[in-house]
Design a protein around this ligand. Structure first.
Ligand SMILES: [Fe+2]
Ligand SMILES: [Fe+2]
Length: 190
């Protein structure tokens, strides 16, 4: 099969109805695509992988199912092992090696995209004017977006060989163009 954004979106939406989960998929997709463009990688393939990384979360909401029980579904649909392996590798509990740029990027973008999204949701101008410094401050408040694993945010930046502030700035820039799809306000609304 040819992996495209359309095939990935069709698979994702066959298994996912939650708006929050769809927005999470879109946010991680935008961040992963940012790095694919920066590094001259296959943006369509990387984006499709990111869209699908949590595709089974709604049907497999616990760690003894997600994402490992999603893999056979993706295989059945004809997705290549390279994509399936990358999807599996985002899960900390599986302990799989992150031995390709795609795997490293997906892991590094997963939690941070969710966190930056959450930062944007509580600001009247969304992501516009959001600085890495203020994101860093919020990371130190355990009660804010408590579900985001801070250790994975820090480990992700390190895995990409980036200073945390640079990684945060990249993710903010990646999410800004899709702010409306993420339910975020912009400076134009304020
Ligand atoms: Fe996941
Ligand atoms: Fe995720």
């Amino acid at each position: 099969m040819e992996v495209t954004r359309e095939t990935a979106w069709a698979t994702l939406t066959r298994y996912t109805t939650s708006e929050a989960l769809l927005r999470h998929a879109l946010a991680v997709e935008a961040s992963v695509r940012f790095y694919a463009r920066r590094d001259g990688e296959d943006e369509e393939f990387w984006g499709a992988t990111a869209l699908l990384h949590d595709f089974d979360y709604e049907v497999h909401p616990t760690l003894d199912e997600h994402p490992q029980d999603g893999a056979p579904i993706l295989r059945e649909e004809g997705y290549p092992e390279e994509l399936i392996e990358a999807v599996l590798s985002h899960a900390e509990h599986l302990g799989l090696p992150r031995d390709t740029p795609l795997k490293r990027t997906l892991f590094a973008c997963d939690e941070l995209s969710g966190f930056v999204h959450a930062c944007g949701l509580v600001r009247p101008t969304g992501l516009d004017g959001l600085t890495p410094k203020s994101v860093r401050k919020k990371l130190k408040q355990p009660s804010f977006a408590a579900g985001v694993h801070r250790d994975e945010v820090y480990a992700g930046a390190e895995l990409l060989g980036l200073a945390l502030d640079d990684h945060v700035a990249n993710v903010i820039a990646a999410l800004q163009p899709i702010a409306p799809e993420l339910g975020l306000r912009t400076a134009a609304d304020a």
